[in-house]
Design a binder for this molecule. Sequence first.
Ligand SMILES: NC(=O)c1ccc[n+]([C@@H]2O[C@H](COP(=O)([O-])OP(=O)(O)OC[C@H]3O[C@@H](n4cnc5c(N)ncnc54)[C@H](O)[C@@H]3O)[C@@H](O)[C@H]2O)c1
Length: 378
Amino acid sequence: MGVRLRVPRETADGERRVALVPEIARRLVKAGHDVAVETRAGDASGYPDRLFSEVGARVVASSGELYRDAEVVVRVGMPTRAEIDALPEGTVVVGLLTPHRFLDEVAALAKRRVTAFSLDLIPRITRAQGMDVLSSQATVAGYKAMLIGAERAPKFLPMLTTAAGTIRPAKVLVLGAGVAGLMAIATARRLGAIVEAYDVRRAAGEQVRSLGAKFLELEINAEGQGGYARELTAEEKAKEQEMVARAVAEADVIITTAAIPGRRAPLLVSAAMVARMRPGAVLVDLAAESGGNCELTRPGETVRVGDVTIVGPLHLPSQLAYHASQMFARNVQAFLELLIGKDGRLVTEYTDEILTASLLVTAGEVRHAPTAKLLEGR
Ligand SMILES: NC(=O)c1ccc[n+]([C@@H]2O[C@H](COP(=O)([O-])OP(=O)(O)OC[C@H]3O[C@@H](n4cnc5c(N)ncnc54)[C@H](O)[C@@H]3O)[C@@H](O)[C@H]2O)c1
C-alpha cells in the first residue's frame, strides 16, 4: 500500500524552492508511494521535470489535475485561497505554513475540512532534528547573508600579504548566534575575517568560540524556555545596547539574526549606532522579515545611510534554492516517516508528540492553540 503524494509548484512571490527533490521522490516511489509533481515545480531550484520523471514520479500539467486525487500535499509555503478550495476534503497538507502570518488561509483550511501540519511548529527536541525546517532553512539564510555582506563590502575579508602591501582582515560582527548566526560566523571565518558575535543566550558562547570567533559577554543570561531567548528587562537592555554599540562602531560587516519566537524581532542597532558605523560598512539584517534588528532596515530593500549600506533581504533560502529545497525535502521525508505507518498507510491517530504539536487544523477545527487564539481575537 502506498500513499498518493502530491507536490505543487509554489506560487508565492519570491519563492523558488520546491518541497520534494528527485532524490527524495525516488526513495518515496521505491517505498511504494505514488508521487506526482506539478510541471515546472522544480524549475526555479534546478530540478527540471525530467529529473522527477526519471525517478518514477509522474509530472502533471496543472494544479487542478495534481490535487484531484491527492492524499498528501507536500509544499513549502501556505497555499493560496484558490489552492485551498481545490483540495479534496480530508487531504493532508504538510508545509512550512507560518500560520500566524496567514490567518485567513488557516480559517479556509479548516473550512475546507483538510488536515494541515505546519513544520515550523515541530518541537525542537532531539528526535525531531531531522525534520527541523527552521534549522535547515536558517542554515541556508545565514550562509547567504554572510556572502551578501562580503559582496557588498568594499574590502577584502581575509588578511593578505601581497607585493602591494599587507591587507588587514575585515571585522565581522554577528548579532544573534542561533542556527543562522552560527552559519554566518562559520562562513565569515572561512573567508578569513576576524569575527565577533553576541547572543543573549550565554550557552551560545561555547559554540561561537568553537568556530574561532570572539563571544561578547554581558553579565546576564536570558535563556528562556526550550532553548529560546526571553525578553530582556529595561536595565539589561541598556547595558546590552552600550556593548553592542561599541562593537557595531568597529565592524566592517554586520549580520543580524536575533529573533524571539512569535514576537517582533528585537531592535539591536539604532539609527544613532548606524551613524557611528565605519565608512563603507555593510549591515545585513536577517530579521528583516519579522520587523528587523536595525531601526533603518527596510524589508526587501537595500538602503544607503551616509556611507553605510543596510540590506534587508527577504526570501534568502530561495536565493540558494537548490540546496534549500534538498534540505527541506529531507526534512519532509523524515516527517512523512511519522505520518505514514509501517503498513504504508497514513496514520489516523495523531498520538506522537511531534504530530500533535505540528497539527494546525483537522476536521474543521484549528488545533494549534496560539493560532486559534489569534483567529478568535480578530
Ligand atoms: N532540535 C533541537 O534541539 C534544536 C533545534 C534548533 C535549535 N535549537 C536551539 O535553539 C537555539 C536558537 O534557535 P534559532 O536559531 O532557531 O533561534 P531564533 O531564530 O529564534 O533566534 C536567533 C538567535 O537570536 C538570539 N537573540 C534573541 N534576542 C536577542 C538579543 N536581544 N540579542 C542578541 N541575540 C538575541 C536568540 O538567542 C537566538 O540564538 C539554537 O541555537 C539551538 O541551541 C535546538
